[in-house]
Design a protein around this ligand. Structure first.
Ligand SMILES: [Zn+2]
Length: 377
């Protein structure tokens, strides 16, 4: 048996390392944390997530559709720009009267068999579809209140905290079990296989210990996914199959369990709940800029009203985190004294006049002219 495990062990490490790499689409964000406390945000591309058994991973995304009392604005399968923004020209407006068919296909929502909208999870796709259907079937007069209520629910910091709290106990057990299994598999097992430690520890006993801990961890995982993802069959199946067919994935199963746990909340509210102050400030500053830009993109009253409402909810998050709006949006301190312009999004400075930022296409702003000292009479 020792020879078989010696041959398999490097593949085990390779499988685990591959499972730590996640691909993020243009509109997706990843909140990751090594120990479940301090989170950081990661944007599109191949990203490392869930390296440790204690690492938590939360996926959130900017949805590519927006509901107003008049209808749905859909940007399906459209290319996003360098910072993940779909331009206003790519949005198509579908009035509720013209909405004939809307169905869920896994994580996607299909509208009128033409538009495909990606969402973070199948549960989220179902939630959003139910919302659109309810708006379609409602009278015009009550749609505004319904949209406001849904948006408020997606910005609800207390509800996020409640979800976090209700899972804290079971996640502590899972973290303990997977950390124990991680140490045994990646430290004790190679020591027994490749060093003199084999004289003191029996490989058979070690394998039985690993198998028993794995079964216990699997049972806790089954209990948690059944409780947390009651209406999300796809996430339930995906998590369980990942852990059963590649047992090494059980070592960081907590990342699988947290991934879609908050999928119905807005990315800004999740950032307010999980990011440290400076990282949240940077994120919300950028999102507020994009909101301003979005608001003027389409000249329709319902569109502008929707973005105004979202902006108000974002301002509430600032209040909750004690952040001053004026300070947040003030021009940055000039690093290069010859700089004339700066990009309000990425804060790159420009000493030559140009219209937009090379990196993010955002319109550049002028640094405030230096104030002359007051001369008294
Ligand atoms: Zn820029």
């Amino acid at each position: 048996m020792q020879h078989v495990i010696e041959v398999l062990f490097p593949y085990l490490i390779l499988l685990y390392a591959c499972d730590c790499i996640t691909y993020l689409g243009a509109n997706q964000f990843l909140l990751t944390s090594w120990f479940g406390k301090k989170f950081q945000i990661k944007r599109s591309g191949f990203r490392l997530a869930g390296l440790l058994p204690t690492s938590q991973v939360i996926v959130t995304q900017r949805l590519t559709f927006h509901c107003t009392p008049e209808g749905v604005y859909v940007a399906s399968n459209q290319p996003a720009n360098k910072i993940g923004i779909t331009s206003a020209g790519n949005f198509e407006f579908i009035a509720y009267e013209d909405l004939n068919c809307i169905e869920v296909e896994g994580k996607n929502i299909k509208i009128n068999e033409i538009h495909t909208i990606r969402t973070p999870s199948s549960e989220n796709a179902k939630y959003q579809t139910d919302m659109i259907m309810e708006l379609k079937d409602s009278r015009r007069s009550v749609r505004t209140d319904k949209i406001a209520a849904w948006l408020q629910a997606s910005f609800d910091l207390k509800a996020i905290e409640q979800t976090r709290f209700s899972h804290s106990r079971v996640f502590s057990i899972i973290r303990f079990l997977s950390s124990y299994l991680f140490l045994v598999v990646f430290l004790v097992l190679p020591a027994v296989l490749y060093t003199d430690l084999s004289k003191y520890a029996k490989l058979d006993v070690l394998v039985v210990c690993i198998a028993l801990s794995y079964i216990l961890l699997l049972a806790t995982t089954v209990f948690t996914v059944r409780r947390s993802y009651r209406s999300d069959k796809d996430t339930r199946m995906y998590t369980l199959l990942s852990v059963i067919f590649s047992p090494v994935n059980a070592l960081h199963v907590i990342g699988y369990l947290t991934r879609n746990l908050y999928s119905r909340f807005h990315s800004l509210a999740l950032a307010a709940s999980f990011l440290p102050a400076n990282a949240f400030k940077d994120f919300i500053r950028k999102e507020l800029l994009l909101m301003e830009q979005r608001m003027d993109d389409i000249e329709r009253k319902d569109w502008r009203e929707l973005w105004k409402l979202k902006r108000e909810l974002a301002y509430d998050l600032l209040k909750a985190r004690n952040i001053n709006l004026d300070e947040l949006l003030a021009a940055p301190v000039r690093q290069d004294q010859s700089a004339l312009l700066y990009c309000p999004y990425c804060l790159t400075e420009y000493s030559k006049k140009r219209h937009s930022c090379i990196d993010c296409d955002m319109a550049l702003r002028e640094f405030e002219a230096d104030r002359q000292p007051m001369v008294s009479d």
